[in-house]
Design a protein around this ligand. Sequence first.
Ligand SMILES: [Cu+2]
Length: 413
Amino acid sequence: MERRALLVLVVCWLGLLLSPGAGAADDHLPHDNNQTSGGVQSFCQALDPSPQVQPFVEELTQPPVIDISTGQQLTLGVYKIKQKFHPDLPETTLYAYGTSEATASSPGPTLVATRGNESYVRWENHLNDTQHFLTVDHTIHWANPKTGGVPIVTHLHGGEVLSESDGYPDAWYTSSGELGPSFTTQNYTYANSQPAALLWYHDHTVGITRLNMLAGMNGMYVVKSPGEEPANLPSGEFERLIVVQDKQFHADGAVNFPTVGVSPGVHPSWCPEYYGDTIILNGKAWPFMTVYPTAYRFRMVNAANARYFVMTLSDPRLRFYQIGTDGGYLHMPLNLTMLTMGPAERLDFLVDFSTVQPGTVAYLNNSGNAPYPDGDPAVGLTTVMLKFNVVAAPENSTLPPFDLPATQVLSPM
Ligand SMILES: [Cu+2]
């Protein structure tokens, strides 16, 4: 089983390496919290800054949740949709997962499985574009369907799965039915044999993974393990699952991705890394979150192409209690002031807001250099991810007490 898990991991990262991202952003803008600015080393062409937006005007939302522990096959399609990332931004065209075109979103629905129960997902391609809306570099090894269209294939990142259901980069398929050389089925089986953890699904097509990811093809996948997880963790409204991504936008709302590569004479549009100047949590640019003075659980996925998030809390009375990582729970919670989350990584942590008064405003900040660790410092609004507004609990309500998992021992660092 360990060998299989390792193989899956290797295949996934190979896919990313074969189809690296691209990018650049405006360079060295002054620190100004009213400005949208990326300020990273330019690998390829410098991209125009995204339209300026007012941060923290929309509440953090949660993607729809679908229980896949029932044994019933779920059909999820990829659809071309429009989505608003911010009231100040025009609609953005995306390719996104959903049970229908009307409900598709980026991130897609959060799939919740139970350890020991197989689940079944049929992944459908409903993209009828004759070509990708982002610029494909035809000089690098990519799916290159003879009949055109937008190939897709879905990988469950971190999942222990058999190869037919792993979403190999060459197992792609188009909406017209053209198949990649490794295609066997689009009906995938997930064993859910592994310990409880947050996984995520994303496109994995050879040579355009970076484009399909930025186009919106990602979502979360939870393996639950009743009876084997720490008791009394914050749950319900006190548990938030969050996909973090950075994007850059044209004035018309379209995703801004380099069209001129790092060595355009050889590869016209290929770039090694992409950094967007807009930080997006669950499909919203710089949302805020209203919290009561109690503990919340945060489970995060970094779905960025290249950006590392080095996260701190702006109020020294607030701390991170990290309880889990990619593979599931840690042996003991870690009492931390900083968390680092690289691309594709997951973090599971608690923040106890009972240590501050209602009326307190706090921020989840980012100080990750881009590229990490030796690139340019984060500047402008890339230094902040999420705002917390601490409010009093409703009258006559009882908030759950802060309760670190009983099966773990607090170990201050
Ligand atoms: Cu992956």
